[in-house]
Design a protein around this ligand. Structure first.
Ligand code: SF4
Ligand code: SF4
Length: 185
């Protein structure tokens, strides 16, 4: 019997304590995504950015996530091991509140693609280039919970629409009838 291969999720783990702000990750990411590949470097085009404040010894590598049209209004500061991080320090969004993760030429949002390549890279390039080991790469099994949640949401939306149209009682009657028919088989 064929063994079903589990879907893998690619994860880059960030250890802010190990980051020294060298910005090699920004350099290689922008070079890899340059047109043609490796023809130029520009940190502003990188899909990983390093927020750094040497006076406070704060270095936070953040790789680009989803685009959002509107900035959030529920921000806060984080204090971890007696260091205070700015309100947006850990956020991965390409957002109107800041210039990170927007292509400086086109203004289009940038999002990490895990160095999509053909043939595939064995490891993301920012991880390879991080000599301080602040970035580590892992492939973890997807447990399917996200998929289950999405299906539940879809079912809820579908049932909600039916109840709105036919009424709760009628939908329950039909479900009970279907259940009876199934039990008779
Ligand atoms: S390459 Fe590593 S140490 Fe250098 S800035 Fe990026 S994450 Fe930090
Ligand atoms: S994984 Fe690749 S695309 Fe993503 S930030 Fe690192 S170098 Fe850039």
């Amino acid at each position: 019997m064929a063994v079903e291969e589990k879907k893998k999720k690619k994860v880059i783990k960030v250890d802010v304590d190990k980051c020294n702000g060298c910005r090699a990750c920004e350099t290689i990411c922008s070079a890899f995504h340059a047109e043609p590949k490796y023809s130029s470097t520009n940190p502003e085009k990188s899909k990983i950015r390093v927020l750094f404040d040497p006076i406070r010894d704060v270095y936070v590598p953040v790789y680009a996530g989803e685009y959002t049209e509107a900035e959030c209004n529920g921000r806060g500061e984080y204090t971890i091991d007696e260091k205070t991080y700015d309100e947006c320090a850990f956020c991965r969004a390409s957002c109107p509140a800041r210039d990170y993760f927007k292509d400086p030429d086109s203004g289009l949002p940038l999002k990490c693609d895990m160095c999509l390549d053909d043939p595939p890279q064995d490891e993301p390039l920012c991880v390879k280039w991080c000599l301080a080991d602040a970035l580590t790469y892992e492939e973890v099994d997807e447990d399917g919970d996200e998929e289950k949640e999405e299906t539940a949401d879809e079912m809820e939306t579908g049932l909600g629409a039916l109840i709105k149209k036919h009424g709760f009682k009628r939908v329950m009657e039909i479900l009970a009838k279907m259940n009876e028919e199934k039990a008779d088989k």
